[in-house]
Design a binder for this molecule. Structure first.
Ligand SMILES: Nc1ncnc2c1ncn2[C@@H]1O[C@H](COP(=O)(O)OP(=O)(O)OP(=O)(O)O)[C@@H](O)[C@H]1O
Ligand SMILES: [Mg+2]
Length: 303
């Protein structure tokens, strides 16, 4: 797959605070990546750097192998973004705003505007003046504007903020559509982890300015699984795991869980059998993104 966006050791300091600390991340064509982390972790700052809204930082950002610091061209063709509340001409309608932006981004085919308006479900108010829009309406017109010219990269900072839940699935389908059909690479931040889980191929966990983990959400790319083992001889099973230097967590008097390499699982289970440790059950524990998030960020549930 083609690498479209490469972030290389980016560090951003405000006064004494290191807001981004040596951040590196690579995004491939047509990939949807979720950027998740606590308030103040640095998500918006990173997005502003990629979109050149922040110009002073250490490290480098490459779009299609070109360092954005050297790229003096107008970037509207390279990146579409919605960061914070999008700005519109208040006296123009949403449609007129979109027309205006399509002209500055050099979009020839005006039929594309109607296609995007339809797919985002904004027909009912696209002819209203922008000054009368609600927050959710602005968000969706902002997204329409960002994708008008189908840029190779789309950056969305909390796009579901202010959207009513009934609209969210349509937005999710739209994002999947432009990634798969238009090969757009999408970097998206959200605090709604269930949303991220449904639309992203990959997630990057960010905490205090550091990317602490990048994980694929695609089943086919997973190489480890969280597996539960149920046995009447828990002490013997613990000894077995200790002997193999495998980390585990005891869940109850007859059960433990371990994060294991999928391709080593069959051998492991037969070794347990050879030691005559009875197993009543072995099953994969499906973790939600929220559970992974709480673990990764070091916040234990019920703690
Ligand atoms: N212009 C600025 N001057 C000084 N500090 C700033 C500035 N902008 C952001 N910060 C600080 O940088 C840190 C990261 O902020 P950022 O907005 O990137 O976080 P975030 O991950 O987007 O958080 P949220 O989830 O709340 O949107 C915060 O501690 C914030 O206070
Ligand atoms: Mg933010």
């Amino acid at each position: 797959m083609k690498e479209v966006l490469k972030i290389n050791n980016v560090t951003k300091v405000y006064g004494k605070q290191t807001v981004l600390d040596n951040v590196s991340l690579s995004l491939e064509e047509g990939e949807v990546i979720g950027l998740i982390g606590p308030n103040g972790a640095g998500k918006t700052t990173l997005m502003k750097i990629i979109t050149k809204l922040i110009k002073k930082y250490d490290g480098d950002v490459y779009i299609n192998d070109e360092n954005i610091k050297n790229n003096k061209r107008h970037d509207t063709k390279q990146i579409g973004c919605v960061i914070e509340t999008p700005g519109f001409y208040p006296e123009l309608t949403g449609y007129e705003n979109l027309l205006f932006f399509s002209e500055i981004s050099g979009l020839k085919d005006k039929g594309e505007i109607n296609e995007i308006v339809k797919r985002l479900g904004i027909e009912s108010y696209v002819n209203k003046k922008a000054k009368n829009y609600s927050l959710g309406m602005k968000q969706r017109i902002g997204i329409a504007q960002a994708v008008l010219s189908y840029p190779p990269i789309l950056i969305l900072d909390e796009p579901t903020n202010g959207l009513d839940p009934a609209i969210v699935p349509q937005l999710r389908e739209f994002i999947k559509y432009i990634a798969k059909e238009k090969h757009t690479t999408v970097l998206i931040s959200s605090h709604i982890l269930s949303e991220i889980e449904l639309m992203c191929d990959k997630v990057a966990f960010i905490q205090q300015g550091k990317i602490i983990k990048v994980e694929s959400l695609k089943k086919s790319e997973k190489d480890t699984a969280l597996v539960a083992f149920v046995t009447s001889k828990l002490e013997e099973l613990k000894k077995f795991f200790n002997g193999k230097n495998l980390e585990y967590k005891v869940l109850s008097e007859d059960k433990l869980e371990a994060q294991l390499k999928i391709n080593e699982l069959e051998n492991l289970i037969s070794s347990i059998g050879k030691e005559n440790i009875p197993l009543r059950g072995v099953y994969e524990i499906k973790e939600s993104l929220e559970e992974k998030y709480l673990k990764t960020m070091g916040v234990e549930k019920n703690a």
